[in-house]
Design a protein around this ligand. Structure first.
Ligand code: ZN
Length: 328
């Protein structure tokens, strides 16, 4: 009997959220197509958390009409192919500035980066707008999932009623062991140690077997010194050969996505290199649940190549489940 493994592939479908948003083509359309050409070979279903305020700005600005149509067509295709399309909210779009000559946005005003800077009624309006847009595109669900922009999902009491009102049942923002407290972004998941989905009711970080909501914590992996060193060498080579990541924008100056201080990092295509493949394989051998968090804008060709090698390995050793609904 081959062991069963839950591999949850999640993606934040968004442009860059700093000084320059980058183009829709380079930040989402092209890298997502490259991903699809891989996942369809394995019939792997993914969850895309779409930055819907971004999409709503594309829709509102006549210059960006073609970008809106391209994204809309891609989301419809993803949905048709069995991938999930859920909201992902970055509220600082409200403070963005459109740079007409570049057809891009400047999102460097981060004073309202976190939803905790907004009142509950304002948060409610943002969720309503996001889900309405998704429905207008033709995508709707009986039960939705959500990932918070910048992992800012605390305190959950600000969200609970909004989740209930919008039928959002599954939550994907908890990053076990991580904590960040800055002017722009705050979260504290330092007490979460579980690496399995759990139920919760009032606080995302506290499991409650009677809870109405489901939490799918993001998986992290420890890279030892020699892996870190080999990884640096591979990255240097990739940089030299021009494989530097797909997107063409500039990141926001918020918490470093990659890693915390002690070489523990998120499981992600964004930062995957061949130097880590053995480690990833060993992780899936030891764990039944592996929740990836990736961003199309950050893909390299090499990262996708390595990701495919990983999928190939999993399919030859395990029965793989990709549907999060079957993981809890
Ligand atoms: Zn995001």
């Amino acid at each position: 009997m081959r062991p069963n493994k839950n591999i949850l592939l999640t993606f934040d479908y968004e442009p860059y959220l700093g000084k320059k948003s980058g183009s829709a083509k380079k930040c989402v359309i092209e890298p997502t197509n490259a991903l699809l050409s891989i996942v369809k070979k394995y019939n792997a279903k993914c969850v895309f958390f779409v930055d819907l305020l971004y999409v709503s700005y594309l829709k509102k600005i006549p210059d960006l009409h073609l970008d809106f149509e391209a994204i809309k067509a891609q989301l419809i295709l993803l949905n048709k192919n069995g991938h999930f399309i859920f909201p992902h909210i970055h509220p600082h779009w409200i403070d963005s500035v459109y740079i007409k000559e570049e057809k891009q946005f400047d999102l460097s005003n981060l004073s309202r980066y976190s939803l905790s800077m907004f009142s509950v009624s304002e948060i409610n309006d943002l969720f309503t707008e996001a889900i309405r847009l998704l429905n207008d595109i033709g995508i709707s669900y009986n039960a939705y999932g959500y990932r918070a922009g910048g992992w800012c999902i605390q305190p959950f009491c600000n969200f609970k009623d909004i989740f209930l009102r919008n039928n959002i049942i599954s939550e994907f923002s908890v990053l076990p062991g991580y904590k960040n407290k800055s002017m722009t972004q705050a979260f504290d998941f330092s007490d979460v140690t579980t690496n399995k989905p759990y139920l919760f009711s009032d606080r995302v970080e506290i499991p409650d077997i009677k809870g109405l909501f489901k939490e799918f914590p993001i998986s992290t992996i420890y890279c030892n010194g020699s892996v870190v060193l080999q990884d640096k060498i591979v990255k240097k080579y990739l940089w030299k050969t021009g494989d530097r990541g797909w997107g063409d924008g500039i990141s926001a100056d918020t918490a470093s996505f990659k890693s915390n201080s002690n070489n523990q990092e998120m499981i992600s295509i964004d930062i995957l290199t061949i130097a880590k493949l053995k480690l990833y394989k060993s992780y899936i051998n030891k764990n039944d649940y592996m929740h990836w968090i990736s961003h199309p804008k950050m893909f390299t060709h090499h990262g996708l190549y390595t990701f495919e090698k990983f999928l190939k390995y999993c399919h030859s050793h395990f029965n793989v489940e990709y549907d999060f609904n079957k993981m809890i």
